[in-house]
Design a binder for this molecule. Structure first.
Ligand SMILES: [Mn+2]
Length: 329
């Protein structure tokens, strides 16, 4: 499945440039940063004379991510970016890139596992069959020069894979995902260290979770669970980095679709995370200024009435599907 043709052109492009700038998406997760730092590490050891920068690290606020990645703010000048090859990872849309500085790059490459939207890079490898961009990067680096993958590079890749697959629970996990992880473990990937960095919880996080569950609505007859997290809650529970908390509503008996509304303090707007057990929901997220994967998508609330509207749409959707299902039986 690895795009061998892509690798060949990718290497040519990398060799052409002295400066390489790597870009990730806003509110970066372990997959976005794991891909970025794995690439940076690998390229730095392979080409010690090149200048490789991950751009936009000063914008990162999530605590557990900050502790895991070397996020020193090494002020990269616009001039340096101007002469560089830009590599964008883990987002198919320009709007989601953490900084607009990618526009300065001389050329752009894109590596991503989200559904393709529009061509915008000079060289693209987009394959939505992959469960994580980190798996794509891992395949690329293993094929390119396996012995040049260091232990810390393998840690970054492993972190992205286990988070984007929710510890291999998602059905998007491929047979090759296990093979790639096996290679990373052989390289010496420090699994315990990575698990601790990702999964250690704070007491206030647990109390916040309890609060979210209390605020949630469950319609087991229909198969819908949803929660609107009050704006003040994050502050009240001293949650330093916010997330949608949508996973709190996962794996509940008879719930087929679940979603959370949360306030994004950076963009100062209400957003939502939508998840589904098996019914595709990304078309509904698209209707509400969002998008994403078939079973995991995000959206934005631009008008107050849209809180109600999206819930209505989901209820109707579930009613139709339930009816269809019952008739079939
Ligand atoms: Mn990803």
């Amino acid at each position: 499945m690895l795009a061998k043709k892509f690798l060949k052109t990718f290497i040519k492009k990398i060799e052409k440039y002295k400066n390489i700038s790597i870009f990730f998406h806003e509110l970066p997760d372990f997959d976005a940063l794991g891909s970025s730092f794995a690439l940076r590490n690998f390229l730095l050891t392979k080409y010690p004379k090149k200048i490789i920068n991950v751009i936009g690290v000063d914008l990162i606020k999530r605590q557990n991510v900050i502790a895991f990645f070397p996020l020193k703010n090494n002020d990269v000048s616009d001039q340096e970016i101007k002469n560089s090859l830009g590599i964008i990872v883990d987002t198919p849309t320009k709007d989601r890139i953490a900084t607009e500085k990618y526009k300065l790059c001389h050329e752009l490459c894109l590596i991503d596992h989200h559904p393709k939207i529009k061509n915008f890079a000079n060289l693209e490898w987009i394959d939505e069959k992959y469960p994580a961009t980190c798996q794509m990067i891992a395949e690329l680096l293993l094929e390119w020069d396996k012995k040049n993958i260091s232990v810390s590079t393998s840690n970054y890749l492993y972190a992205g894979i286990i988070t984007d697959t929710n510890r291999f629970l998602y059905s998007a996990v491929l047979p090759s995902t296990y093979q790639i992880v096996s290679e990373l473990v052989k390289i010496g990937c420090q699994r315990q260290k990575v698990h601790q960095a990702i999964y250690t919880r704070e007491v206030n996080d647990l109390l916040f979770q309890k609060h979210v569950i209390k605020k949630a609505h469950f319609d087991q007859k229909l198969g819908l669970a949803w929660v609107k997290i009050p704006k003040k809650s994050y502050h009240h529970y001293k949650i330093r980095y916010y997330n949608s908390m949508v996973n709190t509503l996962a794996n509940i008996n008879k719930i087929k679709i679940w979603l959370s509304f949360y306030y994004d303090f950076d963009s100062k707007q209400w957003k939502g995370s939508l998840r589904s057990l098996s019914l595709p929901i990304n078309h509904i997220a698209q209707k509400y200024h969002g998008g994403g994967h078939k079973l995991a998508a995000g959206f934005r609330i631009l008008k107050h009435c849209e809180f109600k509207k999206i819930l209505c749409d989901l209820k109707k959707y579930l009613q139709e599907k339930n009816k269809f299902h019952n008739n079939k039986i």
